[in-house]
Design a protein around this ligand. Sequence first.
Ligand SMILES: [Ca+2]
Length: 419
Amino acid sequence: MCMRQPSSRLFTNEISSSPAGAAARRRLPISVPSPPLSPLRPRREWVAHMPVSSYQLYKSQLLVAYLSFTTTAAFSDQLGMSTVAVPSPAPTVSDDAESLRKALQGNASCLLDLFFLGWRADKGALIEILCRRTAAQRAAIRRAYAFLYREPLLNCFRNRLSRHCRLISVDFWRAMIFWTMDPAERDANLVHEALKRQKDENYTLVLVEVSCASTPDHLMAVRDFYRNLFGCSVEEDVASSTALREPLKKMLVSLVTSYRYAGENVDMDVAKLEAAQLAEAIREKQPHGNEIARIISTRNKAQLRATFQRYKEEYGTDIVEDVNSHCRGKFARMLKSAVWCLTSPEKHFVEVIRHSILGLGTYEDMLTRVIVSRAEIDMKQIKEEYKAKYKSSVTGDVTGDTSFSYRDMLLALVGKEEP
Ligand SMILES: [Ca+2]
């Protein structure tokens, strides 16, 4: 993946020379002097002659540039499993914000558009900009957009979504909103939506995915967002759910409140003991005992991998196969997904993609959720696993099952198929 390199342009005459800077300057009632060549620490005499508002503008631009540079490095794809193709060098955040503004204003191709739908957005340009940027770059673009146009970017998308709610673009705008959100904010929204539609098993899976297929710190961030956005904690909403039954509810509460050790230390004695406890519970057809929920929700991922390996060596079958052959019901399905999400998430996500595509029609919510949330994490691995398991490609199946801008957006995130 091409990563964005720190550009000297970010730290030089961005306000006065870039078109976005010029546009921002035009809105100011006073003229702005040219910034110095090295503006990280502006010269005292220059700042002294600078009007307060323009100095604040200048500082904010610097902050946007600085954040986009530092956080991109912090959030970069460490394992090389992302399928998001970032151009190098990427345009500055203010250029991106200005291009987004133009794309959102679009043009009306006929009078009908003008009177009934408003201006038609240039969706191709939106995809080309946002689907080719990392999470950190998207966050910086959102900040720059809000600063330059005094309007949150997500609000512009939500307006389009409500305006197009009965048309085919609804899937595109939903996917675009989720993709542009901060990853933890997106997952908090997905969890909230899942809890509203908890009778559907496919939505309950979101709780398992968010708590088991992400890092402990990400889960904490999701819980923070959830509390701030919806005024209630995730575990409170899961525990008070009327659609979820025991013992599934208890396991889900344990999973969403977990904060696992993120290191690689493993205790082989514990692995042996807990493999025996799991085998007893699963083979006695009592997988809902307290031991399973305790082991699955408290042990770190390396320890769990050792336990499941020990299970296979000692009892001759994979734990997931044993769950499939000995247990039935929603609890068993969630347990299987939790085991996969904790040890090899790609196995879980290929099943979700396949289920969303197979048969007549498409489960767009599921397809969007997987592609948007895994594109920057392990989509390459998911594509390989999908090809090995179903003898067809994610790209090919998405192309055949979706259409228009929604398809173009998903394909931009999934990336090209490896030969
Ligand atoms: Ca289909």
